[in-house]
Design a protein around this ligand. Structure first.
Ligand SMILES: O=C(O)C(=O)C[C@]1(C(=O)O)C=C[C@@H](O)C=C1
Length: 132
């Protein structure tokens, strides 16, 4: 398999490998090759592509957040660290200058809470899909 500017070339790959490669491409394409669509349908398609990448990153972030809870003296919601959360928002603000900082703080607050909720469900023996 090789990746190029226009997509993926698969030589002699089975259907499962082709499916996996398509999914990997869908997840990565919006990051490495952002599109600038000029139609309604094109915009919707591009948004769906970005959402696929966002969902992939959220899934990975939730798994990492779950892992760090198990390494902290006090994990879960009880061990929240407002200074760390503010530093996360400040670092992200530099990369998302079009999103007002208070909006970014609300978004990341929701993301962090979702991660902590998932970690506490995991503690209750509900195995998550992703576990690092
Ligand atoms: O870094 C930590 O201490 C974490 O528990 C992870 C995390 C996060 O999801 O980024 C979650 C809760 C804390 O308030 C701060 C950050």
């Amino acid at each position: 398999m090789a990746a190029g500017a226009a997509g993926l070339w698969l030589d002699g790959a089975g259907a499962a490998a082709v499916g996996q490669a398509r999914e990997a491409s869908a997840r990565l394409a919006p990051l490495v090759r952002p599109t600038v669509p000029d139609t309604f349908a094109g915009c919707r398609e591009a948004i769906d592509g970005v959402d696929a990448a966002v969902a992939t990153l959220l899934e990975h972030r939730v798994a990492l957040a779950g892992r760090v809870q198990r390494l902290k003296p006090v994990g879960g919601h009880a061990g929240r660290d407002p200074r760390r959360e503010a530093a996360i928002v400040a670092a992200m603000a530099a990369r998302a200058p079009s999103v007002p900082v208070d909006g970014l703080a609300r978004i990341m607050g929701a993301v962090i809470e979702a991660g902590l909720d998932a970690a506490e469900r995991d503690e209750a023996d509900e195995t998550p899909v992703w576990r690092l």
